[in-house]
Design a binder for this molecule. Structure first.
Ligand SMILES: [Zn+2]
Length: 259
């Protein structure tokens, strides 16, 4: 190979390395800015990666199960979106809710279905709207592409907790919003659960209720062995159902408004 070709190859290699570095740093900034303690977060991330190379799971902290002395029934309104695509029957729904209640009984909370509505969307692209704000897109379309499409909009109802079972095309297996995410509205509690190609719908829904009841995710690389560790090896290997005392306290302060 002549010198010129060598130089071009070298340049391409450097460029690729820089792009990778940029992507990695961007990821870290985005994820670690949400977490308490930026440098601890970055350190956890690299510790996680190191363990991952050895095929192990990075666990830094086993949360102690918190004690709850509340007893509350929370009503949920269920929406089955485009049932023909869902692969999720009424039997599956009841089994899932009963599994969720088995998990949550330790924390004094039981979820009761108040209404089931079958809902049909014509388009593949659906967005959720609360208070004139577009909250999030739950399909595989990017925000830019979204506006080229004719879309369906689901207006999130207020007051009770809404749970949508939905054949979401994006990678996410579920998400939950509360009033905190949906500005200027006081009674939004909203969960979307993917039903196809998901390993553990029951855990996902139980986890999303953790959001509705005031708790935020731990990053997958945080090393926190906890119900709110939302992905990565701690979730996929252990499906922890442990809330620590701080999380239980948050659940308590939210539950009194939701009953
Ligand atoms: Zn989560």
């Amino acid at each position: 190979m002549d010198k010129k070709a060598n130089r071009i190859l070298c340049l391409i290699l450097v460029l690729v390395i820089l792009i990778c570095l940029y992507i990695q740093l961007n990821f870290l900034f985005e994820h670690c800015s949400k977490q308490f303690g930026f440098f601890t977060c970055v350190k956890d991330y690299f510790n996680y990666k190191k363990k991952q190379l050895k095929g192990e799971c990075y666990i830094k902290n086993y949360s102690q199960k918190g004690i709850s002395n509340i007893s509350a029934n929370l009503s949920i309104d269920v929406y089955l979106i485009n049932t023909e695509k869902l692969n999720f029957s009424y039997y599956d729904l009841n089994k899932t809710i009963s599994g969720v209640n088995d998990i949550w009984k330790d924390y004094g909370i039981q979820f009761k279905i108040r209404n089931i509505t079958e809902y049909h969307f014509e388009k593949d692209y659906i967005i959720f709207q609360c208070n004139d704000e577009l909250v999030e897109l739950a399909t595989n379309a990017s925000q830019d592409r979204l506006y080229d499409k004719v879309i369906d909009v689901f207006i999130i109802p207020e007051i009770k907790t809404s749970v949508l079972f939905f054949d979401v095309k994006s990678g996410t297996e579920g998400f939950g919003w509360t009033s905190f995410d949906c500005k200027n509205i006081h009674n939004i509690n909203f969960v979307v659960i993917k039903t196809r190609n998901v390993k553990n719908i029951t855990w996902n829904l139980a986890h999303e209720f953790g959001h509705i009841l005031g708790n935020e995710d731990y990053e997958y690389f945080s090393g926190q062995y906890n119900f709110m560790t939302n992905s990565g090896c701690i979730k996929d290997k252990f499906y922890s159902t442990i809330f620590d005392q701080e999380q239980v306290n948050r659940i308590y302060s939210r539950a009194i408004y939701l009953e």
